[in-house]
Design a protein around this ligand. Structure first.
Ligand code: DC
Length: 643
């Protein structure tokens, strides 16, 4: 399982040029394919969902040419797909599956439409019922009411009225409307039940109009497409930035200070999700909008909870659910039943994952209530749902966390986390490494105290693992066994005190025996892997000083300052000698020196996390320095690095 570990975030500011809108991209592609003439589509979203649509159109014989960047040329077929028989795989792309079902059912060919397992759990019966009223021949290949589907040529009835439910997914109505010009007849669609997600219908109507088909409408009840309506290419179409994607960055600005500016959508957008900005403003965020940009800043005193009907912004409302973690009070998002039939059951998924990080959550058939509480680190599951991954990135302002399967964002925003990194600043880390007895632990602890930062003695974690394994009767070379111990280590650090399973550890981890055990278990890759997240959760505000072997390379590669602290073996042996004598132990200087030299050689040669100065680490040679001087040098470097 791939994962991405996020440190606790300090602030957010910057500008993001948004990727193209998923909803507009897939509508434009289909209409360009159905139209007379060639269409140049600019700023198309590059993502899984649009790829599924492009692949499907190509399989149907449509001329598709990549012009470079985000620009494509589509050669329209004038309403008649050249390929009359095909099996199409549409992944989990609802915006490809529903409209293609409608278009192909009326296109006079023999087609099979399939998707991933989750797609086969997402209802489509209401759309199929509507198509059947027109005379279309659609059958279910699996469960009644769900994909996969088999579409066969059929005689379309003249001058019909079709009823379609509007209260499960607005994509049924969208699919039907976009396909109706293929009938060549006048057809009216009556919406049964309260139409949800109306802004998405607005996008459909606006896109159809761009391709020359004007839908007559009677409120949100009846939509009529007249006989003789034909799609005609407008030549060039620019796809707006994705308003749902904008929601994450606006929320970042509202939580993390800002200003965060998104470019590609704004006041003039045809996407309903721009209304997300108003919801955020109700939570107190300071929002500014221009024709094709928006900015968000945090209010003084922080965000406040809201109680909102989110029917008009179903996708962006998910972003409010994680923004609620930073709002005073209980946030209630209502009228969101459609969440349950999306990429996953989003109400259930959101509730489960929010609870993992400590929030108090109540869920119902069509609402969710969120009350923030003390946050704790957790590994967040994303359910193959891009929006779960993107929403939970905001939670990193509350706690460090792990996002499982972060690449699921590819559905609509493949480089989301790269953009996220460019507009956020994490709690700072100073990573200090160096050979045995170099004094790195003492220097690190003092630097942490001087800055008011947390201190992570990563060596102690390996020592604790060795101790816990010994106590559990697990041999130090039993990699899987020790890794399981490391993963389940019940350890609490408070200042200098370390408790293992509730009991103070004291010097029990400093014995020669445990030192040898620590060195052994630290060489096991599975153990290092098991301790990875445990170390990264120390990356909290206001900051962290970590000492240990791979602090600046594997654990905190983005540390603001990396120090390699060393001294000659002779100087180190002398320091250790003094320490031991002071503690009342007997010691022998030549033995200590020989021991250190051997350990240096072993540590630099081992294949797992060898001792070495990383290329981006600053060398601090302390042979001639007092500990105070070494601490001062690190502090000076830090203030240089963070200014
Ligand atoms: O720093 P220390 O002596 O307490 O470390 C104990 C052991 O763990 C030692 O063998 C080095 C190893 N170690 C490691 O491999 N990686 C770390 N980040 C810290 C310690």
């Amino acid at each position: 399982m791939e994962f991405l570990d996020l440190p606790q975030l300090l602030s957010a500011a910057g500008t993001v040029r948004l990727p193209g809108s998923k909803s507009i991209s897939n509508r434009v592609l289909l209409l360009a394919a159905l139209a007379d003439g060639e269409t140049e589509v600019r700023d198309l979203l590059a993502s899984d969902d649009t790829e599924r649509m492009l692949d499907a159109l190509q399989a149907l014989g449509i001329g598709v040419t990549h012009l470079g960047g985000e620009n494509w040329k589509i050669v329209g077929c004038g309403g008649a797909f050249p390929v009359k028989q095909a099996e199409l795989f549409l992944g989990n792309a609802g915006t490809a599956f529903r409209p293609l079902t409608a278009a192909l059912a009326l296109a006079g060919g023999d087609y099979v439409l399939k998707g991933v397992a989750r797609m086969h759990e997402r209802p489509i019966g209401d759309l199929v019922d509507g198509l059947r009223q027109l005379g279309a021949d659609v059958s279910y290949l699996g469960n009644e009411g769900y994909p996969p589907l088999h579409l066969k040529p059929a005689t379309i009835r003249p001058d019909g009225v079709v009823s379609v439910r509007g209260d499960v997914s607005s994509q049924f109505l969208t699919g039907l409307l976009m396909a109706l010009p293929l009938t060549g007849q006048t057809v009216a669609v009556d919406v049964v039940g309260e139409l949800i997600s109306k802004p998405y219908i607005e996008i459909t109507l606006a896109t159809m109009a761009r391709f020359g088909v004007v839908v007559e409408r009677d409120g949100w009840q009846r939509f009529t497409v007249r006989a003789g309506s034909r799609y005609v290419s407008p030549g060039t179409v620019y796809v707006e930035g994705d308003a749902s994607s904008a929601s994450y960055f606006l929320a970042l600005g509202a939580i993390g200070g800002g200003p965060v500016r998104v470019e590609g959508v704004g006041r003039d957008s045809i996407q309903g999700d721009v209304k997300f900005a108003e919801a955020l403003a109700q939570m107190g965020a300071i929002i500014e909008t221009g024709p094709n940009w928006m900015t968000a800043c945090a209010p003084q005193g922080g965000l406040i909870a809201v109680d909102l009907d989110c029917n008009h912004i179903p996708d962006a409302a998910m972003t409010l659910a994680t923004a609620a973690l930073f709002a005073k009070g209980t946030t209630t998002l209502r009228n969101i039943a459609s969440w349950r039939v999306k990429e996953t059951d989003r109400i259930a998924a959101m509730a489960t994952e929010l609870r993992k990080i400590g929030a108090v959550v109540e869920e119902g058939a069509d609402f969710i209530k969120i009350t923030p509480s003390t946050a704790r680190p957790a590994a967040i599951d994303t359910y193959d749902d891009h929006r779960m991954a993107m929403c939970f990135s905001l939670a990193a302002f509350a706690t460090p966390l792990r996002i499982n399967d972060p690449k699921c964002v590819a559905k609509t925003f493949p480089d989301y986390f790269e953009r996220f990194a460019t507009v956020t600043r994490a709690a700072p880390v100073i990573a200090i490494d160096g050979p045995s007895a170099s004094g790195k632990g003492s220097v690190a602890a003092r630097v942490a105290a001087a800055l008011g930062f947390a201190y992570l003695d990563s060596g102690a974690l390996y020592r604790l693992t060795a101790l816990a394994a010994q106590r559990a009767g697990i041999a130090w070379d039993d990699e899987a066994g020790v890794a399981a111990i490391a993963a389940g280590l019940d350890v609490v650090f408070t200042g200098e005190d370390i408790r293992l399973a509730g009991v103070l550890v004291g010097d029990a981890i400093r014995t020669e025996d445990i030192s040898a055990g620590a060195s052994k278990v630290a060489a096991l890759p599975a153990v290092r892997e098991a301790l990875l997240f445990r170390q990264r959760v120390f990356n909290t505000l206001p900051g962290l000083v970590g000492d240990g072997r791979d602090m600046g390379s594997v654990i905190f590669p983005r540390a603001v300052l990396k120090v390699f602290l060393t001294a000659t073996a002779e100087a180190r042996a002398e320091r250790r000698y003094k320490q031991l004598i002071e503690k009342g132990f007997s010691a022998n200087l030549p033995d200590l020196l020989a021991d250190l030299q051997q350990r240096d050689a072993r540590d630099s040669q081992r294949s797992v996390a060898p001792l070495r100065q990383e290329a981006d680490a600053r060398l601090l040679e302390t042979t001639q320095l007092t500990i105070e001087q070494a601490v001062k040098q690190v502090l000076d470097w830090y203030s240089e690095a963070s200014s």
